[in-house]
Design a protein around this ligand. Structure first.
Ligand code: OSB
Ligand code: MG
Length: 415
């Protein structure tokens, strides 16, 4: 089991950005283990998986979460439970019940995993987490489905190796600064009340969801009520067009850290053009599908900050590559969220502990999402969450809670 954190020094990166783009593409294809690393030989060829339980749960949110693409009142989550000869592993698929954030959705992910991904993986006696991307390469896209399997494989493999995901990825800190993502409110007053509550809780940064018509005035109201000291940013989830450039320019006087994904996923050039008309930095979320896209987006000036979501990019190993590419280019990154349960939250905290994660992420406490989580809840201390230290993801799944929330369950076996 190579320890990713010590694998490559930034100074060895070629300085020309175009070379970095090529390098990112190569790295994405197969993360090279470092044979000089002390942790390299801990698990050998990867775990033997004897059966995989696919569990669908419906977990209610504490409050409806409204974005420019829809309203969520519960999470329809697919869980992956690996049963191996040496132990178990858990993974969470971050796809949502409907394809509103991106083209993936829970039902499709479950079908793809059961019918296309697992048969390819289980046909091999043993597969390591690092090999998983290569084995599944012939299947295009479906990064959230692949990431869910990678998470479960990493959990199993690292539990056996007795190493935490944070150590494996190269974490630089034991706790991470937390922000919170605030959904679009019905009224201005409700928004102010919600933000006041989160500031009371201690969150270190507020992100407001915006959409055309519920943007400038809402953000200004928050800025005026809570003052210039509040670290504030907005997320449009692709709801605008380049024709809105002048309108979005009105955000410039509100002292925002960034505007996240103003335009549709494919419009890298559009973002580059918009960036030239705004002083508020552009951060991309939906557009950043890989380390290659990240390097290209940065080179063309489409963004100056990157939101890293492991599910969106196909897993934690690719997420780590994006972190490395962005760090080499002095581009700040932060860890996004997909309203994860404690399983995905644990893994995100490990990632967010890497040195390049210099902005607070959407890694909020469990009680911001759920009355009861399927792991022990993550609790905010002074605006921070502790990075799990146990082997693997470092969390135990509460099987009784999972069973109570289960809507469907199936078992996939080799052959
Ligand atoms: O765009 O960052 C997003 C939630 C679901 C889908 C997309 C997004 C979000 C959030 C909330 O903003 C992140 C979280 O708190 O998990
Ligand atoms: Mg976003």
């Amino acid at each position: 089991m190579p320890c990713m954190g010590k694998s490559r020094s930034v100074t060895t990166w070629v300085s020309a950005i175009s070379a970095l783009v090529r390098l990112a593409a190569e790295m994405a294809a197969s993360p090279p283990p470092d044979p000089t690393d002390p942790g390299a030989a801990t698990t050998g060829p990867g775990p033997r998986v004897e059966a995989v339980e696919l569990i669908r749960i419906a977990i209610p949110l504490v409050a409806p979460f409204r974005t420019s693409f829809g309203v969520q009142t519960q999470r329809d989550v697919l869980l992956i439970h690996l049963l191996g000869d040496s132990g178990e592993g858990w993974g969470e698929c971050v796809a949502m019940g409907e394809p509103g954030y991106s083209s993936e959705y829970t039902e499709a992910a479950e079908q793809l995993i059961g019918q296309h991904l697992l048969p390819r993986l289980l046909a091999r006696r043993r597969v390591s987490a690092a090999e998983l991307g290569g084995v599944l390469e012939s299947i295009r896209g479906h990064r959230m489905a692949k990431a869910a399997l990678e998470m479960a494989w990493l959990d199993l493999e690292l539990r056996v190796a007795g190493m935490s995901l944070a150590d494996y990825l190269g974490a630089a800190r034991t706790e991470v600064d937390c922000g919170v993502s605030v959904g679009i409110a019905d009224t201005r007053e409700q928004l102010l009340e919600t933000v006041a509550g989160y500031l009371d809780d201690g969150y270190r940064r507020i992100k407001l969801k915006i959409e055309p018509g519920l943007d400038i005035e809402r953000v200004r109201a928050v800025r005026e009520r809570f003052g210039p000291g509040v670290v504030l940013q907005v997320d449009a989830n692709a709801a605008y067009t380049l024709a809105d450039a002048e309108h979005l320019g009105r955000l410039d006087e509100l002292g925002l850290v960034l505007i996240e994904q103003p335009l549709p996923e494919e419009q890298l050039l559009g973002h580059a053009k918009l960036a030239r008309r705004l002083t508020t930095p552009i951060c991309l979320d939906e557009s950043i599908l890989s380390a290659t896209v990240a390097a290209e987006a940065i080179e063309m000036g489409a963004c100056s900050i990157v939101n890293i979501k492991p599910g969106r990019v196909g897993g934690y190993l690719e997420a780590k590559h994006i972190h490395d590419v962005c760090t080499a280019l002095s581009v700040p990154v932060w860890c996004g969220g997909m309203l994860e349960t404690g399983i995905g939250r644990a893994a995100n905290l490990a990632l967010a502990a890497l040195p390049g994660f210099t902005l607070p992420g959407d890694t909020s406490a469990s009680d911001r999402y759920f009355h009861q989580d399927i792991t022990a809840p993550f609790v905010l201390h002074d605006g921070r969450l502790r990075v799990p230290t146990g082997a693997g993801l470092g969390v135990e799944v509460r099987r009784d809670v999972v069973d109570r929330l289960t809507t469907r369950r199936s078992m996939v076996r080799p052959g």
